[in-house]
Design a protein around this ligand. Structure first.
Ligand SMILES: NC(=O)c1ccc[n+]([C@@H]2O[C@H](COP(=O)([O-])OP(=O)(O)OC[C@H]3O[C@@H](n4cnc5c(N)ncnc54)[C@H](O)[C@@H]3O)[C@@H](O)[C@H]2O)c1
Length: 257
């Protein structure tokens, strides 16, 4: 996937990882970067700063997604890269009510399905197009202290794999970005287990994630791991699930003091 000359959309582009990726794409010669976010003024500010186009949009609103795709096609031609990066979290487990679970499901999983419903037929017709889903290491492993996030990020990884397997032969590229802790507004809070565990594992900057994305896209990598150790953790989990679960229980006990 070549960034230079590409028409690119980044959802969740007003902040954190999405902001850093948007900036990198412009620096690497993208033809145009659409910075899309629920936070319209935030998207506009990032777009102004980097020379992109800011759009206020809720990624769970399918009609708005269709309008955006059609508008971009009219103004710039086909979309080469769609980065489904907007995401939300929630602290807690089974006590959280359905509204919280549904919100995590809608943003972290279903939004990708809704975008792909309209992008993939276009990409198949053209024989090219690339999807990048920002999942998380939580989607390969787990995330202590947050059941909806861990579960829906597994869903995001599963969906990315499914699209790659099903449409890879149609010319559709898929990458799945799975960082561990990244210093963004999402990980700012103190005292929550879900965030403390991420901090304990070591935080990196959004710009480092953006660098990993640029490198991963250049080689059409499926899994993009800005924290390379995640690959080893995943192997340990698959190799001996019992041992891995016991290790995670110990880590949780240690963090809870
Ligand atoms: N920060 C981390 O440690 C970390 C680690 C792994 C994965 N991630 C994932 O990276 C992605 C970006 O997170 P971040 O850390 O930059 O967080 P962030 O909170 O800084 O940015 C998320 C952005 O998504 C936007 N957003 C949320 N819901 C939306 C919606 N319905 N429609 C449109 N935009 C919406 C927010 O307004 C915000 O600007 C998320 O998918 C997150 O789950 C983050």
């Amino acid at each position: 996937m070549q960034i230079s000359g590409a028409t690119i959309v980044v959802t969740g582009g007003a902040s954190g990882i999405g902001k850093a990726m948007s900036r990198r794409f412009v620096e690497h010669g993208a033809a145009v970067v659409y910075v899309v976010d629920l936070d319209g003024p935030g998207a506009a500010a990032v777009a102004d700063e980097i020379g992109g186009v800011g759009v206020e949009l809720d990624v769970t609103d399918e009609a708005a997604i269709v309008n955006l795709i059609e508008q971009i096609e009219r103004d710039h031609g086909p979309i080469d890269l769609w980065c489904g990066n907007a995401g939300i979290g929630a602290n807690g487990g089974v006590e959280l009510d359905d509204d919280v679970w549904n919100a995590n499901w809608n943003v972290n999983v279903l939004a990708h399905v809704k975008a792909c419903r309209h992008l993939i037929p276009r990409w198949i017709a053209r024989g090219s197009g690339h999807l990048l889903i920002t999942a998380s290491a939580a989607g390969l492993l787990t995330n202590l202290g947050t059941a909806p996030y861990a579960v829906t990020k597994h869903g995001a990884v599963a969906f990315a794999e499914w699209v790659r397997i099903t449409h890879g032969n149609d010319g559709v590229g898929v990458s799945c970005l799975c960082p561990q802790g990244v210093r963004t507004p999402m990980t700012e809070a103190d005292g929550e287990l879900a965030i403390e565990v991420v901090k304990a594992m070591g935080m990196i900057e959004p710009e480092e994630v953006a660098d990993a994305v640029v490198a991963g896209l250049a080689e059409d990598a499926f899994l993009i791991l800005p924290h390379p150790e995640v690959a080893q953790f995943e192997q340990r989990r698959a190799g001996d699930r019992e041992r891995w679960l016991q290790g995670m229980q110990k880590l949780q006990a240690r963090l809870l003091g």
